[in-house]
Write a protein that binds this ligand. Structure first.
Ligand SMILES: Nc1ncnc2c1ncn2[C@@H]1O[C@H](COP(=O)(O)OP(=O)(O)OP(=O)(O)O)[C@@H](O)[C@H]1O
Ligand SMILES: [Mg+2]
Length: 255
């Protein structure tokens, strides 16, 4: 059975405000879906519902053949849902390298063992090194996580998610606040992840050029509702996106 991720009628209310409103959508392996929509549309809230940071008021989430709606966030991570870590949840005073090694170790299920100390686990160290190279943090390996620049912190978040080898990668504005020269590293990484046809990738992104270059599919959220879903060219050209998202009157073309 292929591993799919599906939300059914997924809904959450905050008081009188319906932030995510009956969103039904299925995500398949080998597909990078961009989730776009105006500020406040419910994109991050939708991610929080999928990763388990929030519980829905209504609806369900199905993953890999099971209903995960009631699973805690850590159990969802273990099941294969990868959400970029917040560095505050990690080991801010440990080095970049130590953080990545710990994530690799945790993913491998190897726990600290006096007889087989960490330094002997050459395979795990090699895997951590490979990930550090991929995210271009090799030269920053000895720096404490908190001392990294904003862009490097985002790269470390991606590294930690990669270390867990999830089935689903979730990126919420991965390049936000990055300097121009840092952006391509992260975009190339996401592009590389796409080559693995067994992965589901969800990307919340405002920059339309990024969406165009990476997405296989775009879904549009507006006022918590799913208002468009399809191939990038079709969705970008649709009147709802032209008007509601890009703020362009029908008949005129998007930039
Ligand atoms: N914990 C919360 N309590 C109350 N309201 C919330 C909460 N989280 C989100 N909201 C509201 O839900 C709506 C959707 O917010 P969300 O952060 O999901 O939007 P978004 O699409 O990610 O926007 P942006 O593009 O600015 O990141 C907003 O109106 C927001 O104020
Ligand atoms: Mg958001």
């Amino acid at each position: 059975m292929t591993c799919t991720l599906e939300t059914r009628d997924l809904t959450i209310r905050f008081g009188g405000h319906v932030a995510v409103n009956s969103v039904s959508c299925t995500f398949r392996p080998g597909e990078l879906t961009a989730i776009v929509g105006p500020n406040g549309a419910g994109k991050t809230t939708y991610f929080n519902l999928i990763s388990g940071q929030l519980r829905p008021t209504n609806g369900s989430i199905l993953f890999d053949g099971g209903d995960i709606t009631q699973l805690s966030a850590p159990l969802r991570t273990r099941a294969g849902l990868g959400r970029a870590f917040q560095l505050t949840n990690l080991f801010p005073n440990l080095s970049v390298e130590e953080n990545v090694r710990l994530a690799v170790q945790s993913a491998s299920g190897v726990h600290y063992d006096m007889l087989r100390p960490w330094m002997m686990r050459k395979d795990l160290i090699a895997r951590a090194d490979a990930i550090l190279d991929k995210v271009a943090l090799g030269s920053r390996r000895s720096v404490a996580a908190t001392a990294l620049s904003h862009g490097d912190q985002r790269k470390l978040e991606v590294a930690l998610m990669m270390a867990l080898e999830p089935k689903v990668f979730m990126f919420d504005e991965p390049t936000a606040g990055m300097s121009i020269d840092e952006v391509p590293v992260v975009l190339n990484l996401i592009g590389q992840l796409k080559r693995d046809a067994s992965k589901i990738i969800l990307l919340v992104e405002h920059k339309m050029d990024v969406v165009r270059s990476l997405a296989d599919r775009i879904i549009v959220l507006h006022n918590g509702q799913l208002v468009a879903d399809g191939k990038p060219a079709e969705v970008i050209a649709s009147p709802i996106v032209q008007e509601a998202y890009l703020g362009i009157a029908p008949g005129k073309s998007a930039a």
